[in-house]
Every structure is written in structure tokens, then in C-alpha cells.
Design a protein around this ligand. Structure first.
Ligand SMILES: Cc1ncc(COP(=O)(O)O)c(C=O)c1O
Length: 465
């Protein structure tokens, strides 16, 4: 694909600063211009059809063009297109959604829901609420938040500081100075376990390292630990056996709050309502976004437990306000769409559907394990990834890192599949309305792209002899 002067893609390249992509690629070849979508398919502006391998950005659980969601947005716009929530205003739609979320989330004594527009702003809210809470508790030093290497929590200044991926830090002056944002190990057994180390022993070592980190920093300075139950953008990293139970024991010992970032894993992705259920987690608070509206509207939510709300409210009363909120906090159209989305998840048994389809999805994914390019296949429920290596024995990657992931990703596009490249690998996270034949379609198309990639890698002499 080369950029044709005057084309939509050329005008797009001239007008938009594109996120998360090499600008040279946009300038040379232009973006893939997606024009419309229906069900699990999207079409580009040349009319070419693609099957969605990543549910938009890990998010469109109900696929595209859902008429019920369109109708509810339409009706809400006509009834009340916007009202804010500052200075004591509210509205029934946000209230109903907050009530519903409180009953749905596995958070002990869920007290209040705070709405934002994105996963990033929700994680910023988490950090601010925890700082505010610890000030209210008379613990002004307890402010550090621990993220993990390869974790992804967004890109705003605070959430981006929690993210543990180099491209979101290098030259962005992140993590923010002042030592409030620190990172602990990445729980990826395939890459970071020592030779012969079992998953359980690896988990024990990581929990020990976390404890050492907390002790080094001083437990009186460490406020919270944030984790995606399954790291998505970091490469779909499923935690090793016993990891969270060991980590949670350390957090409890030092009175460190646990924020479950369920922005990707929430709402059925792992075959249960939340990955917190799947991994039997006991988080203090939770971040939600993406499938909360199936990406039909931008909406995020923070779930605040009663033990935090009490001190926060008391401080707010003394100060005369809770000095936090966005213009679009509780936006009525977003809230109406989220409510409808939750209705559909319930009525159509979408979480159960994910659990039912998962064995087929995982079996097709894992069928690539013996391919000469494949180092590891991993996943759970309806999310997974395949990592490429140049040498299966040494697990050596490619140079430059990520180049073969991009190559395969582009070949997927050529064959009519949109997955996501994660380093030298490909991630899959299809809409949850997908059916068995469409799961086959995804992996049949992927196998063509993989064959092209193997041809390329062989031609270029990049595979170990
Ligand atoms: C786990 C997780 N948290 C937070 C975010 C940030 O969400 P947003 O892009 O809506 O700001 C993402 C985005 O992919 C995510 O995967």
C-alpha cells in the first residue's frame, strides 16, 4: 500500500497526529481507513471486509452496528443529551447504572461509583482517590503506587506512570518524578522464569521481590498496587499459578490497597463476569471501561469501597467539596448505552457464551504451538496471544524487536483479519458475539498470514538453522 496523493488516507495523514504508531508508516503508507462495521466484521474505504480479531481495541464485546444500542443512544439524546454532575446535580440514568454496577462487581462493600470517559482517566481517579484517602486517614506519606513491568494502565501523566512499557515512558518524562510510581516484576513465566523454575516457584519469587520492594521503599510510604488480572497490551500475559494469592498476602501484610484494572478483562472476557472471579481475587477497588459500553460510547468507572468512601466523604465535608470530576462524569448518553449493554449481556447470556466458546477459541489458538515460528501460545477465556521467536530452544526474538509482529499483523490485514501486534506476537480478543464458524475464520486467516510470515523470515534468513 502506498499513499496516493489526494486520497482520504493522504488527507488523514496530513491532518491527524496518529496514536501508538510509527509516524513514518502513516506518512509513507497511510492508515487503514475503516469505514463501517456490522456484527464481527468491519469494512475499509475500498470495500474490503475484515473479521475483527481484537474487538476494536479489546472492547467491542457486542460487535458493531447493534441496533438496540443505537436506539437507546438516540432516545437518550432526544430526552436529555447532556447534564453534568457538578455542584449537586445528578440524573436517574447514571444512578441506575451505578446501582447496577455495585451489584455486579465482586468488590466487598462496594459503596460508590465514579464515572469518567476512559481507562486512563479512571486510573488517574484511582490514584487521586487513594492519595486523598490516605491524607484523610492521617497518613500523608503513604502515597506510592506499584505497577508492574509490561503493565498497561493508560497514558495520562499519572496512569502512564503506572504503565510499565518503554514506549509510553521514553522521551515522555514518565514515570513522573518524585518516586511515587514504582514497578515490580512482570509475571511472564515463559520470559522471566529461571531455568527449571516452576510456575509456583516463579510466583513465590515474584511475591518475595514485591515484599522486598515494599520494605525497601518503606511500607508506610506504599499506598497501592495496581494489576491487570491478565496483562493485555503487554502481550496477553496470564499470571502463573498461585501468583495472585501470594501477591495478595504481601499486600495485606503491609496494608497496601489492591486496584484491579479490569478495563480489558471485565464483562465476560475470561468466561466469568470479571477476571477477579476467574482468579479468585480480592481487590479493594476496580477500574472498568471498554466493554462497559462495548465501546459504543466512551465511559469508565471506578468502584469505591465503603472503607475508602467514609474517610473521603468526611474530608470532603470538612473541605466543603470533593474537588474532582469531569465535565462528562456520568454523561447520560454513555450511561444509557452502558445500561442497555449490561441488559444485553444478561439477556443474551454473553458471559456464559464466552465461557462456552472459550475451549474452541483456546484450542484453535494452541494448535499453532508447534509451528517453527511460535515460541509461546497463551491465553484464557476469549483472549490469547501467540509469540514468535527466531529460535525455539533459546527463545531468541527478532531484530529489531517487534518487526516480525508488525510483518505478520500486516499479512493478517492482507488476508482480511484485524488482530493486534504485541511485540513479536499477535493478540486475539474477538467480540463475544462471535460464533464457532467465525472463530475458525479468524484462525484460518491467521494461518495464511503466519505462512507468509514464515516465508518472509526464511527468505531473509532470520530463523535459527
Ligand atoms: C488494562 C487497561 N487499563 C487502562 C487502559 C487505558 O484505557 P483508555 O485507552 O481508555 O484510556 C487500557 C487501554 O487499553 C487498558 O488495557
Amino acid at each position: 500500500m502506498s499513499l496516493q496523493a489526494g486520497s482520504i488516507a493522504a488527507r488523514d495523514a496530513a491532518a491527524i497526529l496518529h496514536p501508538m504508531v510509527n509516524p513514518g508508516v502513516i506518512e509513507d503508507r497511510g492508515a487503514l481507513m475503516i469505514e463501517r462495521g456490522k456484527g464481527v466484521y468491519v469494512w475499509d474505504n475500498t470495500g474490503k471486509q475484515y473479521i475483527e480479531g481484537l474487538a476494536g481495541l479489546w472492547s467491542t464485546a457486542l460487535g458493531y452496528g447493534n441496533e438496540e444500542l443505537a436506539q437507546v443512544a438516540h432516545d437518550q439524546i432526544l430526552k436529555m443529551s447532556f447534564t453534568h454532575m457538578f455542584n449537586g446535580k445528578s440524573h436517574e440514568t447514571a444512578m441506575l447504572l451505578a446501582e447496577r454496577l455495585k451489584t455486579l462487581v465482586p468488590i466487598e462493600n462496594a459503596s460508590k461509583v465514579f464515572f469518567g470517559c476512559s481507562g486512563s482517566d479512571a486510573n488517574d481517579t484511582q490514584i487521586k482517590l487513594i492519595w486523598f484517602y490516605n491524607n484523610a486517614m492521617g497518613r500523608p506519606k503513604k502515597k506510592k503506587i506499584i505497577g508492574r513491568v509490561k503493565g498497561y494502565h493508560g497514558i495520562t501523566i499519572a496512569a502512564g506512570s503506572l504503565t510499565g512499557l518503554a514506549p509510553m515512558h521514553t522521551q515522555w518524562d514518565l514515570p513522573l518524578e518524585g518516586g511515587r510510581f514504582i514497578h515490580t516484576d512482570c509475571p511472564h513465566h515463559y520470559r522471566f522464569a529461571e531455568k527449571g523454575e516452576s510456575e509456583e516457584d516463579f510466583a513465590t519469587r515474584l511475591a518475595h521481590n514485591l515484599e522486598q520492594l515494599i520494605l525497601k521503599e518503606g511500607p508506610e510510604t506504599v499506598a497501592a498496587f495496581i494489576a491487570e488480572p491478565v496483562m493485555a497490551a503487554g502481550g496477553v500475559l496470564v499470571p502463573p499459578r498461585t501468583y495472585f494469592e501470594k501477591v495478595q498476602a504481601v499486600l495485606a501484610k503491609y496494608d497496601v490497597l489492591f486496584i484491579a484494572d479490569e478495563v480489558v478483562t471485565g464483562f465476560g472476557r475470561t468466561g466469568n463476569p470479571f477476571a477477579t472471579n476467574t482468579f479468585n481475587l480480592k481487590p479493594d477497588t476496580m477500574t472498568l471501561a471498554k466493554a462497559l459500553t462495548s465501546s459504543y460510547q466512551p465511559l469508565s468507572a471506578v468502584i469505591l469501597p465503603e472503607k475508602m468512601y467514609g474517610p473521603i466523604a468526611e474530608a470532603g465535608r470538612k473541605l466543603g467539596t470533593i474537588g474532582h470530576g469531569y465535565t462528562y462524569t456520568g454523561h447520560p448518553v454513555c450511561a444509557a448505552v452502558a445500561l442497555k449493554c449490561l441488559d444485553i449481556y444478561h439477556r443474551d447470556g454473553i458471559f456464559e457464551r464466552a465461557a462456552r466458546l472459550a475451549p474452541k477459541f483456546q484450542a484453535r489458538l494452541r494448535s499453532f504451538a508447534d509451528h517453527p515460528l511460535v515460541g509461546e501460545v497463551r491465553g484464557i477465556g476469549m483472549i490469547g496471544a501467540i509469540e514468535f521467536v527466531s529460535n525455539k530452544q533459546t527463545k531468541a526474538g527478532f531484530n529489531p524487536p517487534g518487526s516480525i509482529g508488525v510483518y505478520c499483523f500486516e499479512r493478517c490485514h492482507a488476508h482480511g483479519l484485524i488482530p493486534r501486534n504485541v511485540g513479536d506476537g499477535i493478540a486475539f480478543c474477538p467480540p463475544l458475539i462471535i460464533d464457532e464458524a467465525q472463530i475458525d475464520e479468524i484462525f484460518d486467516k491467521f494461518s495464511l498470514a503466519l505462512a507468509d510470515t514464515l516465508d518472509y523470515v526464511t527468505r531473509e534468513g532470520l530463523l535459527a538453522a
